[in-house]
Design a protein around this ligand. Structure first.
Ligand code: ADE
Length: 318
């Protein structure tokens, strides 16, 4: 049998749920319950396909992960975290995980289909968004982040590529592959792991918080930083710390080197500046400064109907 570097047995790559009280226990599904169609997206370890439930006809986004590839690259732990984090979520602004199953080659996650794809595509095509539209999407994203944090998870990869849009143009946050589970039940909690993860950072550099670059412990406030970057991007069309290389992006982030366009509304300038604060304790939305409620109470969000936003009509993106 295989053994990992630290001498212990390799964790088994299994998605079995043996507990009848677990939300994924009921109505177990298998590969042949679905027809598979077009590819919606591809990552390094996974492919997202359209899947149609043969019984109900309902369409889902089915994430297929290659087991051999995951084991070979030591990503088993991250796949487990992604599944555990997703299965805690129950919110209109977050893709729901309905079932998981496997065959010899792959693991499968059956997710909500977000038919209109990535917010990123709309920003590329249509930004700058007007103030109303920016505020609407910012408010939905904030409610989704609030739920993620309430359920004991830090997303750690909030960016327009991971904010999907459903058929009514409401958001659904996806990709919990970088998430961290922060409550007491997390046996794997280790700041040594975080420091190691920070050193080996790969991916989109633009939304990374200064504390992650310093290998300081990353907390919920890292998602607030990324949220500030996304508001800036909707209003301007570009992310605040853009540069030709990751190294130069990191330099800009460390030096808090960004410019606020003159034409941003004053309340937008203010909320962005408070979210793009280097010290996580001083950042708007930090536990110390009143958490998510303090963000909702900022004048930028004056007039938002927080209770009904996900059942309201989305403003036109033109
Ligand atoms: N691409 C990746 N995940 C998706 C999803 N849940 N819905 C639509 N497209 C996607």
């Amino acid at each position: 049998s295989t053994h990992s570097a630290h001498g212990g047995p390799e964790p088994t790559l299994s998605t079995e749920v043996d507990d009848p009280s677990h939300p994924l226990y009921h109505h177990r599904r298998i590969v042949t319950d679905f027809d598979y169609g077009d590819i919606l997206g591809e990552g390094s370890y996974s492919t997202v396909l359209i899947g149609r439930d043969k019984r109900s006809g309902k369409q889902y986004a089915i994430k297929r992960l290659d087991k051999a590839h995951i084991v070979k690259n030591n990503k088993v732990k991250y796949v487990m975290i992604e599944r555990d984090a997703l299965s805690r979520m129950n919110h209109p602004g977050i893709v729901k995980l309905y079932w998981t199953y496997k065959d010899n080659r792959s693991l499968y996650f059956v997710l909500d289909m977000a038919r209109n794809g990535e917010l990123y595509t709309y920003i590329r095509r249509l930004a700058p968004f007007d103030f109303e539209t920016t505020r609407f999407y910012a408010a939905e994203i904030l409610l989704a982040i609030e739920h993620i944090h309430e359920r004991g998870v830090i997303h750690r990869d909030i960016k327009p590529e991971n904010i999907l849009l459903d058929d009514a143009m409401h958001i659904k946050i996806t990709d919990f592959g970088s998430a961290k589970i922060i409550d007491e039940t997390d046996a794997d909690d280790s700041s040594a792991d975080d420091a190691a993860a920070a050193r080996s950072f790969v991916g989109t550099a633009e939304y990374v918080s200064p504390e992650l670059l310093k290998s300081d412990p990353v907390s919920k406030e890292a998602d607030m930083w990324a949220f500030g970057c996304v508001i800036y991007q909707m209003l301007s069309g570009k992310s605040p710390f853009k540069a030709p290389t990751d190294y130069l992006i990191f330099q800009k982030i460390k030096n808090l080197e960004y410019t606020m366009p003159d034409d941003f509304p004053q309340t937008a300038k203010d909320i962005i500046q408070r979210l793009l604060t280097a010290d996580p304790q001083q950042r708007l939305g930090s536990q110390a400064l009143g958490g998510i409620q303090a963000i909702k109470d900022h004048p930028f969000f004056d007039g938002v109907d927080w209770e009904n936003i996900f059942t309201s009509t989305a403003p036109p993106l033109k």
